[in-house]
Design a protein around this ligand. Structure first.
Ligand code: HEC
Length: 458
């Protein structure tokens, strides 16, 4: 009796679902296959108020772009991603799987059918506000007037933190007030007594003097924060993410610090006002890991005029155990590729980051799924390639030799690394100072006097 009833019910289910299936368009439709991909992989940027040039929220919005979308996913121009790495290496890997690409291409090739709205996945709810969640405190910059045209030098704007005690910060989100004219914002914490980033001009910068005095490639390098007495907290950059650390990890902002904002304003034909902000979330208890951003780079290089594939090496040996959390390669308009390798004390080595086609317009970080322990004695080596030839469409002038400098027509070769350290370690303990250039005998030594100078906060 019971068995017969069950069979009847099953029979009914089969008939009912067959009838339903007959109404459905066969194959790949927007609602049954493409929208899920678009939600997961595109809407982050392609929605109102974000950096994508058109919105991808509805079929009506997406349909006119079908051909361009096919091309963009086939060539892997979209979503933007530049590291050559196993798919499971970086948490924020944006690349589509081959199956996702095939879905989009098949859909466009079949005439981009809409399908049935009831097949659609639930919409993703994006928070229009802070991506880090509700900040504990928000610091605002003064209003800045951006003229209609012209180039604007980087602005270094200080805002007192007002912190009367040392604070451990777990999340940092700089937000432009007017995204149309803000290319990027970097936020640094400058501790009391430090003059870092005060009266900064490209001509007076210490880096520039150094670049001028050692204009030969020597394969040396150094490891450093951006400046003594100022620590990188976070950035707003095209394609970037806010800093959202794991529980137990935090960035130290000392009592009485100023927050220094490096803002790159760009003009867009209309005079505009901007008022940018940064939101901070404090750690609920003292962390067991102090997070700081350090940089591997080398000032000692000269990129000859016209050189199509000029390589600059940087090498350091770590003086502290540290845990590598994420990486951010940074070059300027002639930047072409970067590879960063770790040679562990055991003799084993590993490529930590390989960016074979760097694009200055995308300042992307790569967040390791599995943080790497880099023990004291690990050697870090980067190889950075520049294209100073006329074939580089971004090259502002292939006819000049190029040296280190802040401006986009000068160059940098930085592998920024966000690392975790025991809370008592100071940035000074982590630094590996630049080597002096080779002397007449070809010997290179660490310059003890300049090293002492460097340990003093500026
Ligand atoms: C991290 C942000 C981001 C993500 C994620 C993203 N886009 Fe874009 N997309 C942009 C920006 C910014 C541009 C304009 C600049 C450019 O073309 O590089 C753009 C441009 C485009 C264009 C125009 C390309 C052209 O050649 O003019 C297409 C088409 C496109 N995106 C499709 C997609 C699709 C499809 C996805 C998801 C599979 C996606 N994008 C994911 C930011 C993004």
């Amino acid at each position: 009796m019971i068995i017969r009833r069950v069979v009847a019910v099953i029979g009914y289910l089969i008939v009912a679902s067959a009838a339903q299936a007959a109404d459905r368009p066969r194959g790949v439709t927007f609602f049954n296959s493409v929208l899920p991909v678009v939600q997961q992989r595109c809407q982050e940027c392609h929605r109102p108020g974000e950096i994508g040039p058109f919105s991808m929220m509805t079929y009506e919005e997406i349909r006119p772009w079908a051909k361009a979308i096919r091309q963009a996913v086939l060539t892997r121009k979209m979503p933007p991603w530049f590291a050559d790495a196993p798919h499971d290496m970086f948490l924020n890997d944006r690349r589509l799987s081959q199956q996702e690409i095939d879905t989009v291409v098949t859909w466009v090739d079949n005439g981009a059918p809409e399908g049935l709205p009831e097949d659609a996945p639930k919409p993703i709810s994006f928070s229009d506000g802070w991506r880090i969640g509700q900040p504990d405190t928000v610091l605002e910059l003064p209003e800045y007037y951006v003229p209609a045209s012209g180039e604007i030098a980087y602005q270094f704007i200080s805002v007192p933190s007002g912190f009367t005690e040392d604070k451990w910060v777990q999340a940092v989100e700089p937000r432009p007030g007017n995204p149309a004219v803000v290319h990027h914002i970097r936020v640094l914490a400058r501790e009391p007594g430090s003059k870092a980033f005060m009266n900064q001009t490209p001509e007076t910068s210490e880096q520039r003097q150094q670049a001028k005095s050692h204009p030969k490639d020597d394969g040396s390098g150094f490891l450093d924060g951006p400046k003594v007495g100022a620590e990188e907290m976070g950035a707003f950059v095209p394609g970037g993410d806010p800093v959202l650390l794991e529980p137990g990890q935090a960035i130290l902002v000392k009592a009485g610090s100023d927050l220094v904002f490096e803002v790159h304003y760009t003009t867009n034909g209309k005079p505009q006002m901007d008022r940018s902000r940064v939101g901070l979330i404090f750690a609920k208890k003292p962390p067991d890991t102090r997070v700081m951003e350090i940089a591997l780079a080398n000032y000692n290089f000269r990129i000859p005029a016209g050189a199509a594939n000029h390589r600059v090496d940087s090498r350091v040996t770590l003086r502290q155990d540290m845990t590598l959390l994420s990486l951010w390669p940074h070059m300027h308009l002639r930047g072409k590729a970067l590879e960063l390798r770790a040679i562990y004390p055991s003799g084993e080595s590993e490529v930590l980051l390989n960016v074979p086609r760097y694009d200055f317009n995308w300042q992307m970080s790569y967040v390791l799924r599995q943080p790497r322990l880099l023990p004291k004695g690990t050697r870090l080596e980067s190889a950075v390639y520049f294209d100073n030839s006329p074939n580089n469409p971004n090259n502002p002038n292939p006819g000049v030799d190029v040296y280190w400098g802040d401006q986009t027509w000068e160059e940098m070769n930085i592998a920024f690394m966000r690392v975790g350290l025991p809370p008592g370690v100071s940035p000074v303990d982590v630094r590996v100072p630049p080597l002096t250039p080779p002397d007449a005998t070809g010997q290179r030594t660490v310059d003890a006097t300049s090293r002492k100078e460097e340990q003093k906060p500026e």
